[in-house]
Design a protein around this ligand. Structure first.
Ligand code: ADP
Length: 303
């Protein structure tokens, strides 16, 4: 399968809840085999995008294609090619891990239209998500991190071409987070699965992604590998200062002029003035703050 094939295409995607504009013309594509991380603050609309792509949520406008079909009108054969990670099976706490995976595996097969859509065997799944040594355990005995990896294993039973993961590591301790990151790397490397994963953690986005999209103010405001984003914004400088016991930050390429004007306007009240190049994290914060209150969102919130 060629890396240049498009697995997901989103064009002009709009989503409103009443007067609240959440997505205001979102455009992006995901190539087959790519790990794309959708990064943005809480409330940016990441879950909304993922649920629209999964076919769980309608949209207000724009076009969306996942594996060549519109998720809103896709059939069961399409559904079998898309991995969705749900937690609803967790009621089965008395089931053993291996038994549960065997059980879900039996649901796959009838919709297979190509070789790739064969179910993944239970042993392979256990290995992929790092649960081989815990296969005999009851679901109720698993830690939170193990349970999340089992969520993913169940999402992978049908050997999906595309896997959606919505903030999969929320609430994880560092060890569970690292183990989960290993799962994603294995999936991308061994299975060639196209993965769209959302997070609000820049560090996680950097570790996992082939490419990062930053969602803020209802739009994709940055799109590139971590290195590309760093380069793209490297001419940004930050002016940081304290005034009336409050810390202020201004980001831009006009640092010297800005600092000069600031001191001219407030000859007495400025302390701790600092000018520095922005890191990727600083840049991310600035991008998000700048775009979080777009005119359309303000209108929506007031209405
Ligand atoms: P994220 O996943 O980035 O945290 P969400 O997609 O969950 O963001 O939510 C984006 C915005 O849409 C939030 O302001 C949220 O309150 C709003 N929202 C989400 N679902 C609904 C809904 N069913 N009805 C009304 N507003 C919603």
């Amino acid at each position: 399968m060629s890396k240049t094939d498009t697995a997901i295409q989103v064009t002009g995607l709009q989503m409103r809840y009443g007067a609240h504009v959440v997505l205001d013309g979102v455009d992006f594509a995901v190539h087959r085999g790519e790990v794309l991380v959708l990064l943005g603050p809480n409330g940016a609309g990441k879950t909304t995008i993922i649920e629209i792509l999964e076919g769980f949520r309608g949209r207000s406008g724009g076009s969306v294609s996942v594996l060549g079909s519109d998720p809103e009108h896709a059939d069961e054969a399409w559904r079998a090619r898309v991995g969705i990670v749900l937690q609803s099976w967790r009621d089965h706490s008395a089931w053993r891990v291996r038994k549960l995976l065997d059980h879900f595996g039996k649901y796959f097969g009838p919709y297979s239209t190509d070789e790739r859509a064969r179910p993944v065997g239970t042993d392979t799944l256990l290995q992929l998500v790092g649960l081989t040594d815990h296969a005999h355990k009851k679901v109720g005995e698993l830690s939170g991190g193990m349970r999340r990896r089992l969520d993913v294993a169940i999402g992978l039973v049908g050997n999906p071409e595309v896997l959606f993961l919505d903030e999969p590591t929320v609430g994880f301790d560092p060890k569970a987070r690292r183990e989960f990151h290993d799962v994603i790397h294995r999936l991308a490397d061994l299975q060639g699965t196209t993965i769209l994963l959302s997070t609000h953690d820049l560090d996680e986005a950097e570790k996992l992604s082939d490419r990062i999209l930053i969602l803020a103010g209802g739009k994709i405001v940055a799109n590139g590998s971590a290195d590309q984003l760093r380069k793209e914004f490297s001419d940004q400088t930050e002016v940081i200062w304290t005034q009336d016991d409050q810390r202020h930050v201004h980001a831009g390429s006009d640092a010297t002029t800005f600092a000069r004007n600031l001191l001219a306007q407030h000859p007495e009240g400025i302390t701790n003035l600092e000018i520095r190049n922005a890191s990727l994290e600083d840049t991310y914060m600035t991008i998000v703050q700048t775009h979080e209150t777009t005119p359309s969102q303000k209108e929506g919130k007031q209405a």
